[in-house]
Design a protein around this ligand. Structure first.
Ligand SMILES: [Zn+2]
Length: 741
């Protein structure tokens, strides 16, 4: 028997009845309708087929609306009255069965005539996506929210245009309710017919890199298209099947081979289509760069001083953009400091509280600078000398000396810029995210008085702020001969995690900080593990590596302190009472120790691409179960028992099993796949899809059981290539490619 759904049916079941036609039968029971506010009704029930499986439930609501939905099905009636609801279950055996229920609606909310709510015809996009535009206005009053019930059991709030992805083809009744600040409501309904879900909707189409960044003299990039089936196996794609179209051909050009070029300044998109595939991929392209400097200004009110911010712009080919005749605008001033049209910044008063201090922004012909300038106003002059230390991806603006801290010397001696250039690259690879639209990442040492409210330690953003208290000396930047590597890496990781995919998971979690903070620490620690494992790859000297040891939030500190905390927690696991970020990063690092360095890469692949919402959750338990599923998929083993028994996680087994195939597909989507090999007389050429800057092991085996590593390979492009010898004589040899780091 193949049963579908049932959340809370106990009382009021219609007695089970069996219709027999031959040996097949369908059981379809409806529970008593549950009445919600404003004419909404929810009907639960039970359906099963034996033999066979139920394919769909079709609801005819009795008010002219029809849709498909599993239990519980919800519907909002437009007017009070008695209705007969009819539901029909269709089995894959071709059988069907119908049941009916009477509902009495008395709670329809007053359709306020003060609210106008009109819906446009739905627009259908590929693979079940529907977009509904419309018009809403309240008078008197203001519309505060639009609540959508999509007719498939999903509800959410969204302004126009509202978008939804349906899980199956069918007819759905959409209800939208506008709520005004006067407490009035108005409801409108719309029927949608989804027919865009095809078998190839199960395929994953990805394009690497997910964003093209052309700057600092780098004026081209080649896109690689990766198509995989539901089973994760690659589907060959030829260039003849692929089309690339630039949204702004005079700024960004793309040829039939996916080679992207751009020399100027601006933003464009490339649309990638593969013949026969319903989904398309949009690759944003950032060309050139606009910066606002300095990234922090220190100003004082006694005696009054003024500062100056500059906008600087560069074409992708590295040449400076001539700003004369172009429109530069500065904004962001407030009661603490103001900025004028020439970029002159005037301090007005020290901040009264933490969030008072302004971030200034700038635009060039309406295009925004990728970073802000933070303004720190103090009453007296701090007498600090600020200096920029710039690398490929990062710029640090640091006071050369604060009390006994020789930060300028440490910047040079400890290769700080080189280290964080590497951390940036590694986190970009791990997350597949490009914060600041590919713009340079700034770090600002943010000094202040205790009372003036500097950052207690670090704060993510662009710039990342790192606090130093100068009158009661404390620093989250570093000490006399060491740096707060872990804190800086953690704040940087927040920037790489500030995307929709991860935010959607965190939203609504009772303890979301454990995940956002814990995972930021994990990502940072992994980056330092990678640098430590292969320092020569990043040009990092032994003295720098030695400085990593024993520092807060660095890998060895976590493996002692946080591991010990986890051991203590395991003695008496209490998820609701005691779970926190330190335990989470300990768990993630420990799973990496157990399942290899590729664990976190595969885990973050579940959240790839960063702007895609891919999961829906009913409650906290499902969110936590998703995390367990993502870890299990990344580790290629079922970790439910470990999370439940040792770490006290609530796990919803049915949900786990339902989502696991999708989570596994996502975890493996960036795994290396050998796509071609060319045989010569005594050698062959191995070619595989790869992720840039990732280290792979090529291994060989005569019998698929014992493997030896024949090559370590770190491709600088999205293709891994190797020339390998053919086995002599008539022997056979197997090869595999493993992602190592
Ligand atoms: Zn944090």
């Amino acid at each position: 028997m193949n049963a579908r759904s049932l959340a809370c049916l106990v009382a009021g079941l219609v007695a089970a009845s069996f219709t027999s036609r031959g040996r097949a039968s369908i059981v379809l029971d409806l529970a008593v309708p549950e009445y919600e506010a404003c004419g909404q009704v929810s009907i639960n029930g039970y359906v099963a087929a034996s033999p066979g499986a139920i394919q769909r439930l079709v609801w005819v609501w009795g008010d002219g609306m029809t849709n498909e939905s599993w239990f519980p099905a919800t519907h909002t009636f437009p007017t009070n009255g008695d209705y007969t609801v009819q539901v029909t279950a269709f089995a894959d055996t071709g059988e069907s069965k119908t049941a009916t229920r009477s509902v009495v609606i008395t709670s329809v909310c007053n359709q306020s005539t003060n609210i106008v709510l009109n819906l446009a015809a739905p627009e259908y996009e590929a693979c079940g996506q529907v977009s509904i535009n419309g018009y809403v206005k309240a008078s008197p009053g203001d519309v505060q929210r639009l609540v959508w019930a999509w007719g498939d059991g999903t509800t959410n709030e969204s302004w126009f245009p509202a978008k939804h992805v349906y899980p199956s083809n069918g007819v759905f009744a959409v209800t939208v309710t506008a709520h005004s600040d006067l407490g009035e409501t108005r409801t409108a309904t719309q029927q949608v017919s989804v027919a865009t879900i095809t078998l190839s909707c199960d395929n994953t189409l990805r394009v690497y890199p997910p964003r093209v960044v052309l700057k600092d003299g780098k004026t081209n990039e080649t896109l690689r298209v990766d198509l995989r089936g539901k089973n994760g196996l690659p589907i060959p794609v030829t260039l003849a099947q692929t089309t690339f179209v630039s949204s702004r051909p005079n700024l960004v050009q793309v040829d039939a081979q996916g080679r992207v070029t751009g020399k100027g300044l601006g933003e464009a998109q490339i649309e990638v289509r593969v013949q026969g595939q319903p989904r398309t991929v949009i690759v944003p392209v950032s060309v050139g760069e606009i910066l606002l400097e300095p990234t922090i200004l220190l100003l004082n009110t006694n005696p009054p001083s003024t500062g100056q911010v500059f906008l600087r712009a560069f074409n992708a080919d590295g040449s400076a953009v001539n700003l004369s005749g172009r429109q530069v605008q500065f904004s962001g001033g407030n009661a603490v400091a103001s900025v004028n049209a020439q970029g002159v910044v005037t301090p007005l008063r020290p901040p009264a509280q933490f969030w008072d201090s302004p971030y200034l922004n700038a635009t060039l012909d309406g295009m925004p600078a990728r970073n802000a300038c933070f303004v720190r106003v103090t009453a007296t002059n701090l007498n600090l000398t600020m200096q920029d230390y710039a690398g490929e991806n990062v710029t640090f603006r640091v006071a050369t000396q604060v009390g006994p801290y020789p930060f300028g010397a440490l910047m040079n001696d400890l290769q700080v810029v080189k280290v964080f250039d590497a951390v940036c690259r590694l986190q970009q690879r791990l997350c597949g995210a490009t914060p600041n639209q590919g713009g340079r990442q700034f770090f600002a040492l943010d000094p202040g008085m205790d009372a003036g409210g500097t950052v207690p330690c670090g704060l993510s953003g662009n710039p990342v702020r790192l606090g130093v208290v100068v009158d009661n000396l404390g620093s989250c930047f570093g000490g006399e001969d060491w740096l707060h590597w872990g804190v800086i890496g953690h704040e940087l990781a927040h920037d790489f995690l500030s995307h929709a995919s991860f935010a959607d998971f965190c939203a609504g979690l009772a303890n979301s900080g454990a995940y956002s903070e814990g995972l930021a620490t994990t990502l940072s620690a992994y980056s330092f593990d990678e640098i430590t494992a292969a320092p020569e790859r990043f040009g990092i000297a032994p003295a720098t590596l030695a400085n990593f040891h024993g520092i807060f939030l660095m890998p060895d500190s976590i493996r002692t302190g946080h591991y010990e905390a986890l051991t203590n927690y395991e003695a008496n696991p209490d998820y609701a009472g005691r779970f926190n970020a330190d335990l989470l990063d300990a768990i993630m690092l420990k799973l990496g120790d157990d399942y290899g360095p590729a664990f976190l890469f595969r885990f973050m692949s579940v959240f790839y691409p960063p702007d895609e919402l891919f999961m829906s959750y009913q409650d906290e338990t499902q969110r936590l179960t998703f995390w367990v599923a993502a870890c299990s998929a990344a580790a290629r083993t079922d970790l439910r028992a470990r999370f439940r028994d040792r770490w006290g996680f609530p796990v919803d087994d049915a949900y786990f099993e339902r989502i696991l195939p999708q989570v596994q597909q996502r975890a493996s989507q960036r795994d290396p796949v050998i796509t071609a090999s060319h045989v010569g007389s005594d050698a062959f050429h191995l070619c595989a899809h790869a992720v840039r800057d990732t280290t792979y092991l090529i291994q060989s085996s005569p019998d698929l059981s014992t493997w030896i590593t024949v090559q370590t390979n770190t491709p600088s492009s999205f293709t891994l290539e190797a020339d390998l010898p053919l086995p002599s004589g008539f022997g056979q040899q197997f090869y595999r490619v493993l992602q190592w780091r």
